[in-house]
Design a protein around this ligand. Sequence first.
Ligand SMILES: Cc1ncc(COP(=O)(O)O)c(C=O)c1O
Length: 368
Amino acid sequence: MFSRDEVQLPGGIATPALVVDLDAFEGNVARMAAAARAGGFALRPHGKTHKSADVAARQLAAGAIGLSVATLGEAEAFARAGVDDLFIAYPLWLDDGKAGRLRLLAETVALRVGVDSAEAARRLGAAVRGSARPVEALVEVDCGCRRTGVQPAAAGAVAAAAAGAGLAVAGVFTFPGHGYGHDPAARERAARDEERALAEAVDALARHGLEARVVSGGSTPTAGQWRPGVVGELRPGVYVFNDAIQLGIGTCGPEDLALAAAATVVSVPAPDRFVLDAGSKVLGADRSPWVDGHGYLPMFPGATVTGLWEHHAVVRLPAGVRGPGLGAVVTVAPNHVCSAVNLVDELLAVRRGAVVERWPVSARGANA
Ligand SMILES: Cc1ncc(COP(=O)(O)O)c(C=O)c1O
């Protein structure tokens, strides 16, 4: 996207700004939808990546059955925007305030919530007791990421607690986050770990007389490793834009980068170095073991963002490469797109050198 000899950036953008290359974006949306369809999977993309009702509308139009979200606030924002089928893929711990909000939300949309403890399930059950629409619980299991989730064999006990608390237990979910990394074989292994863990969890529920209708997994790196069988629903998020981390680990090419910060060269202190007006307040501060520096410049593929301040990105050029002059506008794909999107009010959707739409980041900052 926006490489030296490809799509041109529109003039007149007040930088720094996050721009979306519509052609690349539409390709990403269509390819993931087609991959899910081909494998017979339901697609429930993760909305935390884009936090945008406009992006969600396009994913749903391409065949997604609903959205996954990470927080109650994101769920509320997407519900306000008209998305009526939401899965909070997170083990929510409800205090009184959140319990009240969840109950209200459950009256307006089809809602699923993750649980990974009997205690949280009981709180959830108490929060939505008597609600007109049932809230469904999905038990989270750990398939190797070692973040949240119970061991698969323990999923039955959590599910039984959820059912005992009056919740409708819909099934199980996991996140194969250990598939991130340079080694393609690790992605394969993570996808197989996911299948094994979910199959074991399904059996664990059955031993408690509970049927797992929903078996949900997926991430962007494990896309392409999916096999029909155990998993029924997939929740990739980052694929919609991709980012420097996905490029670094090899799950996308430069042509699949659909979002970047448009940034102006504000200083050229040395022939091998230039400074952009996009700092951590627009690129995000995520570092990664899989990428050098703080972002990827499609126009200068060999360059490295060696320094990042709030309002400065310092870019080093490889020997012999001529850099842009003062005032030039270049693009930088952030390391982690989900964090960058959360820093701006709107995304500028660009096609053939013109801004054709402005997408508000509707769920920006909805972290609670
Ligand atoms: C629970 C859960 N599901 C799905 C995803 C989406 O995966 P990815 O970010 O690799 O697209 C994430 C990302 O962190 C997640 O935490």
